[in-house]
Design a protein around this ligand. Structure first.
Ligand code: FAD
Length: 422
């Protein structure tokens, strides 16, 4: 072990540089590093962990396929053998409904995949490396100062001496690590209540013919409409299973597997569907993950994906927002590095937030019941055009202002929920 003085002394002696430093090699980091590398910039990614590593967030939305294509990774993702996904299904007390994303209103891909993130994130990062991006696994950012010329990052490898990396621009894609929000005092609490999620991977052994493996299944708890489950089928007979609710529902439940199984058994649709499931993987718990920041950018840095804001898992929007932030930021970083002027507030923060706010409206409406009324409205009576507009949002097209339910989410959603209730 090195003493802290030795580490500091070495940090002073070893310095290297890049045009762009990216913190984190998750979806946001992999996509933006590939995009900037394609524009001719030297990109160094600092990733604290070694891949493949577990991550939650396994159900993708079709919108993110556009960003994967933009980064030149579509063929690799299409050929990886992930579970095909074409929609979202919902159940509550015997009511079943579903949205097929290929019926959506917005242009763009209508299908995507359900992925084990350990494999998916490793694939994206490897594709970025193949394109020329340097990824330093096992290197964590510990401190940063930004200045008019760029930024100085202090990096601690897990096997070796700390060093300084100088970059002209820094992108924080550290996800729930939220490195720059913490180091630069940018953190803000979320407006959503603290929720908890308890989850695992199972061998599902599902035989029920109503269950469609090409859709995420969202099941509402029979008694508590603010408690819901995800069931995300993977290829090969396995599923990701999780339950989400306000943290008080989980208080005192220390045996996480018993907790998850008892929630499942209280919910007859899901209980029956999973009556032969084998729980063969440790159950995990995450709490209080919703977060926000004071600003998505500052002097020579910007925050991407979860390092900025995270809303809620209910619409599987996290990876799509992470990739959208990368796609929006890449041309702006490129322009700035070439000496151009960038208005980060109006060209990055405002447009990114527009789609995030669309999701925010639907997340709020899910938990207060308005959107559940829309989702469970009798499908034979629903207007195909309006269903297509809702399907678009569920497919991740939350930035398509041509969709009236994106352009005016609150007003349109209230009117629709009102109609469905009547
Ligand atoms: C319960 C739950 C369920 C979810 N389900 C879904 C879903 O079904 N679909 C979906 O799209 N999203 C889902 N999400 C959200 C999803 O997990 C995230 O939105 C997504 O992973 C964000 O990607 P990212 O690239 O911003 O960050 P991440 O994927 O978190 O990647 C960040 C990387 O940064 C690295 N890092 C952290 N700190 C440092 C440091 N100091 N130095 C260097 N590297 C560092 C980490 O090791 C990590 O590899 C869910 C979230 C939760 C909480």
């Amino acid at each position: 072990m090195k003493s802290s003085e030795q580490i500091q002394a070495n940090a002073q002696t070893r310095t290297d540089s890049a045009d762009v430093a990216v913190i984190g090699a998750g979806p946001a980091g992999a996509i933006i590093s590939a995009l900037l590398n394609r524009k001719g910039h030297k990109v160094v990614v600092i990733e604290r962990q070694h891949f493949p590593r577990f991550s939650i967030g396994e159900s993708l939305l079709p919108q993110c396929m556009e960003f994967i294509a933009e980064a030149g990774m579509l063929e690799a993702v299409n050929n990886a053998g992930f579970q095909f996904k074409n929609g979202a299904a919902f159940t509550h007390n015997g009511n079943y409904s579903f949205f097929d994303f290929t019926d959506k209103f917005s242009p763009g891909p209508g299908t995507t995949f359900q992925v084990q993130r350990a494999v998916f994130d490793h694939l994206l990062a490897s594709e970025a490396q193949k394109q020329g991006v340097e990824i330093r696994y096992g290197h964590g950012l510990t401190a940063i100062t930004t200045n008019a010329a760029g930024a100085e990052l202090q990096v601690q490898p897990d096997n070796g001496d700390a060093y300084q990396l100088n970059a002209r621009y820094v992108l924080d894609a550290s996800g729930f690590g939220r490195v720059l929000p913490r180091l630069l005092d940018l953190e803000l609490p979320s407006n959503f209540p603290a929720r908890t999620s308890v989850f695992t991977h199972i061998q599902d052994n599902i035989t029920a013919d109503w269950h469609d493996r090409s859709k995420i299944l969202v099941t509402v708890h029979p008694q508590y409409s603010d408690v819901w489950f995800w069931l995300i089928p993977f290829a090969g007979g396995r599923c990701s299973l999780g339950v989400v609710g306000e943290s008080h529902y989980f208080e005192g439940k220390t045996d996480l597997q018993a907790c998850l199984q008892s929630f499942v058994m209280e919910t007859s649709d899901l209980g029956q569907l999973l009556n032969k499931a084998v729980f063969d993987t440790p159950v995990q718990k995450l709490s209080g993950y919703a977060c926000n920041v004071k600003s998505l950018w500052g002097q020579n840095f910007a925050l991407l994906g979860n390092a900025g804001e995270f809303l809620d898992p209910v619409f599987s929007s996290g990876v799509t927002i992470a990739m959208k932030s990368a796609s929006l930021a890449a041309p702006l970083v490129d322009r700035q590095l070439r000496g151009g002027t960038v208005d980060w507030q109006n060209e990055y923060a405002v447009p990114l937030k527009r789609g995030v706010d669309t999701f925010r409206n639907y997340v709020s409406a899910w938990y207060d019941g308005r959107f559940q009324d829309v989702v469970f409205f009798r499908q034979d009576k629903a207007s195909p055009k309006i269903s297509g507009m809702i399907s678009s949002i569920l497919a991740g097209y939350a930035w398509d202002e041509n969709n009236p339910f994106v352009a005016e989410p609150a007003r349109r959603l209230n009117a629709l929920a009102d109609l469905c209730r009547r």
